[in-house]
Design a protein around this ligand. Structure first.
Ligand SMILES: NC(=O)c1ccc[n+]([C@@H]2O[C@H](COP(=O)([O-])OP(=O)(O)OC[C@H]3O[C@@H](n4cnc5c(N)ncnc54)[C@H](OP(=O)(O)O)[C@@H]3O)[C@@H](O)[C@H]2O)c1
Length: 334
C-alpha cells in the first residue's frame, strides 16, 4: 500500500464519472486517479486527455491488470456492478461501486466473503452519506433536537423517457427504485439509525419500457414511518423532511447537493408563519470529493468505509421487499 495517496482507476467513461466524480476526486488530497478504461480505447483516450489522467485502457480487464492501480471506482450500468466489483476484488483491488451495488442481495453475500478473503475495502457510492448536511441532520436527530423523530417524508423525481438511457432499460436494472428510490431508503435508515420492519409499495410501470416510473412506498420503522415517492417521469424535484414531536428539519437539496454554493437545511417548531424557522447553511463543498477522500482514508488507515457491503445488503433487501409488495399488493416483512 502506498503511503499518502491511493492510486485509483476508473472503469468506464460514464457521464457521472466524467462530469462529476472524477473531477471532484482529483481535488482530493490523499488520492490520485492514474487510469481510466473504456470498451473503446479511443473513448478512454479522449476522457484521459480531457481530465488529465495519465493512463488509458481499451478494456476494463486491462485496467484491472495494472498492478499499480490500488482502488477502482465503478460507474457502470447497474446490472454490471456485481460482475466488475467481483473481478476487481479478485485482482486484490479496493472498490467503490456506484449505487445500487448489486440487483440481488445474495450477490452482496458473495462479495462480503470475497472482500474478507482478499482483505480489501469495498463500499457503495452513496455520496450523500458523508455530506455535511446529512452528517449534521443525523447528529441533530440523535441529539434529540427534534424531540422524538417519528415521521420522514421524501421525494425525488426527474423526467427522462429516452429509451436508450440505462435508467429506461429494465434488464440493466433501470427504473425509479434502483436509480433514485435507493436514496430515501438509505437516508431514512441512516437518520432513524434503524432498519424498517416491513414495507408497502404502489408502483406504476411504463407500458412500453416496463420500468417502474412512479413509486410510492411506506417504510415501517420501529420508531416511526417513512413515506416517499420517486419518479422518472415527473417534473424534477427533491426534498426530505424529518418530523419530530417538537421540531422538523427540511433538507432543501438532499441528493444532488450543489458544489458551487452553500447547502441549506431548515429547522422550525411548526409555527405556520415560520417565525421560528432557522436556516442552517454549510460551507461550499463537493460531496464526491469528500466521498473519495473518506474512502481513500479508510484504505490508508485501515478504517471502515462510509457505506459498507453490510449496509448495501440492508438497503437492497428493502428494495427487493418493495418489488415483492408490488407483486403481492400487501405488506412485506423484512
Ligand atoms: N452517485 C451519483 O450521484 C450518481 C449519479 C448518476 C449516476 N449514478 C450511477 O452511476 C452509474 C452510471 O450512470 P451514468 O448515468 O453515468 O451512466 P452512463 O453515462 O450511461 O455510462 C455508463 C457507462 O458504462 C459503460 N457501459 C458498459 N456496458 C454498457 C452497456 N451495455 N450499455 C451502456 N453503457 C455501458 C459505458 O462506458 P464505456 O463505453 O466507456 O465502456 C458507459 O459510458 C449508474 O449505476 C448510476 O446509478 C450515480
Amino acid at each position: 500500500m502506498s503511503q499518502g495517496k491511493v492510486k485509483w482507476g476508473v472503469i468506464s467513461t460514464a457521464k457521472i464519472g466524467i462530469e462529476k466524480v472524477i473531477p471532484a476526486m482529483q481535488q482530493g488530497v490523499n488520492l490520485e486517479i492514474i487510469g481510466i478504461a473504456s470498451r473503446n480505447e479511443n473513448d478512454a483516450k479522449v476522457a484521459a486527455d480531457k481530465l488529465g489522467i495519465p493512463r488509458f485502457y481499451g478494456s476494463y480487464e486491462a485496467l484491472l491488470g495494472d498492478p499499480e492501480i490500488e482502488s477502482i471506482y465503478i460507474p457502470l450500468p447497474n446490472h454490471m456492478h456485481y460482475e466488475w466489483t467481483k473481478k476487481a476484488i479478485e485482482k486484490g483491488k479496493h472498490v467503490l461501486c456506484e449505487k445500487p451495488l448489486t440487483l440481488k442481495k445474495e450477490d452482496i453475500m458473495e462479495l462480503i466473503s470475497l472482500r474478507n478473503k482478499y482483505n480489501v475495502k469495498v463500499g457503495e457510492a452513496f455520496m450523500v452519506h458523508t455530506h455535511p448536511q446529512w452528517v449534521d441532520t443525523a447528529r441533530r436527530v440523535r441529539n434529540g433536537e427534534l424531540g422524538k423523530l417519528r415521521a420522514i417524508q421524501g421525494f425525488f423525481s426527474y423526467y427522462k423517457t429516452d429509451p436508450g438511457n440505462i435508467r429506461n432499460i429494465l434488464e440493466y436494472g433501470g427504473g425509479a427504485m434502483w436509480d433514485i428510490g435507493c436514496y430515501p431508503i438509505h437516508t431514512s435508515r441512516f437518520v432513524f439509525n434503524e432498519e424498517p420492519l416491513r414495507v408497502f409499495s404502489l408502483i406504476d410501470r411504463d407500458p412500453d419500457l416496463m420500468i417502474d416510473r412512479l413509486v410510492s412506498v411506506i417504510l415501517d420503522f420501529p420508531s416511526g414511518q417513512c413515506v416517499f415517492t420517486v419518479s422518472t417521469q415527473l417534473v424534477s424535484h427533491q426534498r426530505m423532511i424529518f418530523f419530530g414531536e417538537e421540531k422538523k428539519i427540511e433538507i432543501e437539496i438532499p441528493f444532488n447537493a450543489p458544489n458551487d454554493r452553500k447547502c441549506r437545511i431548515y429547522s422550525d417548531d411548526g409555527d405556520l408563519f415560520q417565525t421560528s424557522r432557522q436556516e442552517i447553511s454549510f460551507d461550499v463543498c463537493d460531496q464526491y470529493k469528500i466521498q473519495g477522500e473518506v474512502f481513500s482514508k479508510a484504505i490508508l488507515s485501515d478504517l471502515e468505509v462510509p457505506v459498507s457491503l453490510e449496509d448495501a445488503y440492508k438497503n437492497i433487501s428493502v428494495i427487493e421487499a418493495i418489488f415483492k409488495s408490488e407483486k403481492t399488493g400487501s405488506w412485506v416483512s423484512l
